[in-house]
Design a protein around this ligand. Structure first.
Ligand code: FRU
Length: 516
């Protein structure tokens, strides 16, 4: 174990916090959350992971165990708002058809009772599935170090991938505030992995002044005894003042730090969301624990994508799922008894010094009816027979040698539309949701490398769009709240004719249990 242990004064405060928390816990456990609380399915996803009831945020514990993918998520089952965190749980064999399993862990120990079981990760080891998560305790009053919360890292283990036991040795990692410029307040979201016979964990952190985000590295021989290794990397300039949900990945032979920084300031039209998710390519020196890296870039240029977690799958792929929402945004599905959904799983590769994300190939298993067109020249706005829906996948290849500007209106009706547009003069792709439906507005954009064609692959679900450009060169994701009958797709030439090499539309089936 590493870092400082609790002082007696902390322990007293801890007990008060715990009693308050246990009272709340006993109140909520009296409620029956096994009954789905979704009262209106209008925006509930067909194939994205969502909870049967209540609130969800970050992906957690994305792993492969006993022949199945396991995916957990931050969950408050008793209300549509954030509350003391549990880990919701789904599993499945193919990354697209998921089955709900019982809640894996919840707040019930001294070290996690008040705030709950915050984000963390999972790893198969010794025939068991190991979870490492942050136990979060809010102190009713700050202690003498000015700390108003205690975050520690804890382990829960399962033999069957369904029932988890928190180990007696918890907490296994305390904040190493005496080991450098490390805040005692924020210390969360461990991501564990194995390397050369040892285990490693990166944990999100910031400096004492709370101005610089950073990631801490820990090392263990056995998953239970952990030692602080280093401040592996930290923000330089406008890279955020707290790094949440770090992931260490190895993609196409390259080390990558994936992170979710808070409080990056907008730079022109970039970084407009409240919080960001992105990556830094680099090299981790396992001897020193230092990650030497390039600059931060975004993983998704849309409105809603946060706290992604990766899985190094047994077949060698690095697969990422993010929370398809953003803190501080209106989540209108709360009126319907649920809140939050995940992105589709995305496979990561590195090309031209950048991360490319593409939908995992298994998504093709969801495909139903297909409608396809080739070589179309459009002089005016047009709908294509069979190319419409509130759930589906649209593929379009635009001939950029002859098309100078166009837009595609998605989830369209006479009153609503979400507009994806391209302008060859600027090379910008824009996503505008000013008329997308209820409440949400705004625009996001990304510049695309000039080429002879533009390939778009768009995943449409009842309240989301994920737009993959040029085989993953950029992605734009958003939630939206349209009417169920806003199902049209319209192709609009905006600067001369639009030349489409091909357009294909697939209906997509269900991947998650639908509310009855
Ligand atoms: C990120 C986050 C994490 C934390 C969790 C709590 O969205 O703030 O840092 O573990 O959510 O639900």
């Amino acid at each position: 174990m590493s870092g400082c242990r609790l002082k007696f004064s902390d322990a007293l405060i801890f007990m008060v916090a715990l009693s308050c928390a246990l009272l709340t816990a006993s109140e909520v456990s009296a409620k029956d959350f096994s009954k789905p609380t979704v009262t209106n399915p209008r925006w509930y996803p067909s194939y994205h992971i969502a909870a049967p009831s209540g609130w969800i945020n970050d992906p957690n514990g994305f792993s492969y165990f006993n022949g199945e993918y396991h995916f957990f998520y931050q969950h408050y089952p008793y209300d549509v708002k954030w509350g003391p965190m549990h880990w919701g749980h789904v599993a499945g064999k193919d990354l697209v058809h998921w089955t709900h399993l019982p809640i894996a862990i919840g707040p019930d120990k001294l070290y996690d009772a008040s705030g709950g079981c915050f984000s963390g990760s999972a790893l198969e080891y010794d025939g068991k599935l190991w979870l490492m998560y942050t136990g979060h305790v809010d102190l009713p009053v700050p202690n003498k170090y000015g700390t108003n919360r205690i975050e520690t890292q804890n382990i829960a283990v399962s033999d069957d991938g369904v029932n988890f036991t928190k180990i007696d040795a918890n907490p296994v990692i305390y904040v190493p505030a005496d080991k450098g410029d490390i805040s005692a307040n924020d210390f969360r979201d461990p991501k564990i992995w194995a390397h050369d016979g040892k285990f490693y964990a990166v944990v999100g952190s910031r400096n004492k002044a709370e101005t610089v985000g950073q990631v801490l590295l820990f090392e263990s021989p056995d998953m239970v005894n952990w030692a602080f290794k280093s401040i592996a990397a930290y923000a330089v300039g406008n890279e955020g003042d707290m790094w949440e949900c770090p992931n260490f990945a190895h993609i196409d032979g390259q080390d990558v730090l994936i992170l979710s920084p808070m409080n990056i300031k907008p730079e022109g039209k970039k970084f407009l969301n409240l919080q960001q998710s992105g990556y830094m390519l680099g090299t981790l020196d396992y001897a020193t624990g230092i990650f030497t890296h390039g600059k931060f870039d975004l993983l998704d240029y849309g409105f809603d994508f946060y706290a992604p977690q990766i899985l190094q799958a047994p077949d060698g792929r690095c697969i990422m799922i993010g929370w398809l929402d953003m803190w501080g945004t209106p989540m209108l599905e709360q009126a319907d008894g649920w809140s939050g959904q995940m992105s589709v799983p995305r496979e990561l590769h590195i090309r031209d010094g950048k991360i490319f994300s593409t939908p995992v190939r298994e998504l093709e298993l969801l495909r139903g009816e297909k409608v396809a067109y080739e070589n179309l020249t459009l002089d005016k706005a047009m709908q294509l027979d069979g190319v419409r829906g509130e759930v589906g996948e649209l593929l379009a290849t635009v001939d950029l040698t002859r098309s100078k500007g166009f837009s595609i209106e998605l989830r369209r009706s006479s009153t609503e539309r979400t507009i994806l547009s391209y302008d060859a003069a600027t090379g910008l792709i824009k996503l505008n949701r000013d008329k997308s439906g209820e409440t949400l507005t705004g625009e996001r954009e990304v510049k695309i490398t000039p080429a002879d064609e533009l390939r778009l692959r768009i995943f449409i679900d009842r309240s989301s769009l994920e737009i993959f450009i040029n085989d993953g060169e950029a992605v734009l994701s958003t939630r939206l709240y349209p009417k169920e009958n806003s199902r049209e797709i319209v192709f609009v030439p905006t600067q001369g004719a639009l030349h489409l090499k091909q357009v294909t539309f697939f209906s997509l089936g269900e991947g998650i249990a639908q509310p009855k």
